[in-house]
Design a protein around this ligand. Structure first.
Ligand code: PEP
Ligand code: MN
Length: 285
């Protein structure tokens, strides 16, 4: 009855049985709590990020997302406000007592992004950038590790292993969809990873239905399915003017859709025995 030896160790359940909990200033990820990270795909200007933040603060959303350095398929697309975007994220988050989740695209930007962010995101295109993973293993902030769009579960867990093996145990996995033959959706959101990761690893796992589907009308059903699958949270794109967004407008929620979704996320989470880390009641009941 010999089990095939797994190539990863520190991320495995065998290594550590208890669920890893990511402790942040205002909230935690994991441990029966259901987290919502929300914000625009990209920070575009001061008015946009403060307007979105003010809206999110009505729900006491604790975690603000937003890209300052954007990995875009075309070099002609908006590449982000860069350092200016980081500063705006920090200012908006501080005003509303939120924490900043933002992508770090390059090893030489780790220090700069870590100066402004509370959680550093590794994008799907960088999941196998081993230099970047090693650099992030040396910082004392949590890392949100997106699944590579063509990566297997094993490759993904090994990418996390790079971060843990260098000394940083605070990794949050994020399923964001993979490339398949299907073109009706932007990616194929592989929710089967959620219970499978939970059985194999102690790390928390969240779901990104925004990149996962590319279509705003699919965000609510896939969010609720993520809760049922056992996810520890969601990362959601929301915009004050999705139709004018500089990136990912088609998958960005309108404010009223977001409000409706938060109520459903709260009810569904409670049904599955989890406590949400935000408050949908104030504005909705
Ligand atoms: C994003 O979160 O906006 C993003 C670019 O994510 P991904 O790396 O999953 O495509
Ligand atoms: Mn996006």
């Amino acid at each position: 009855m010999e089990n095939k030896r797994k190539p990863y160790q520190l991320v495995s359940r065998e290594w550590k049985q208890s669920d890893t909990v990511i402790e942040l200033k205002n909230t935690r990820i994991g441990a029966g709590s259901f987290s919502v990270i929300a914000g625009p795909c990209a920070v575009e200007n001061e008015d946009q990020i403060f307007t979105i933040c003010e809206f999110l603060s009505k729900f006491q959303i604790k975690l603000l997302r937003g890209g300052a350095y954007k990995p875009r398929t075309s070099p002609y697309s908006f590449q982000g406000l860069k350092k200016e975007g980081l500063k705006l994220l920090r200012q908006a988050a501080d005003k509303y007592e939120m924490e900043v989740v933002t992508e770090v695209m390059d090893t030489n930007l780790v220090d700069e992004v870590a100066e402004y962010a509370d959680v550093l995101q590794v994008g799907t295109r960088n999941m196998q950038n081993y230099q970047l993973l090693r650099a992030l293993s040396k910082i004392n902030k949590p890392v949100l590790l997106k699944r590579g769009m063509s990566s297997t579960l094993e490759e993904w867990l090994l990418a996390a292993e790079y971060i843990l093996s260098g000394g940083n145990n605070n990794v949050i996995l994020c399923e964001r969809g993979i490339r398949t033959f299907e073109t009706a959706t932007r990616n194929t959101l592989d929710l089967s990873m959620v219970p499978l990761v939970k059985s194999l690893s102690h790390l928390p796992i969240i779901v990104d239905p925004s990149q996962g589907t590319g279509l705003r009308d699919l965000i609510t059903p896939m969010s609720l399915a993520s809760i049922a699958a056992g996810a520890d949270g969601l990362i959601l794109e929301v915009h004050n003017h999705p139709d004018e967004a500089m990136s990912d407008g088609d998958q960005s929620l309108y404010f009223d859709q977001f409000s409706d979704l938060m109520k459903k996320v709260q009810n569904t989470s409670e049904f599955f025995g989890k406590t949400v880390d935000f408050e949908s009641e104030k504005v909705l009941r």
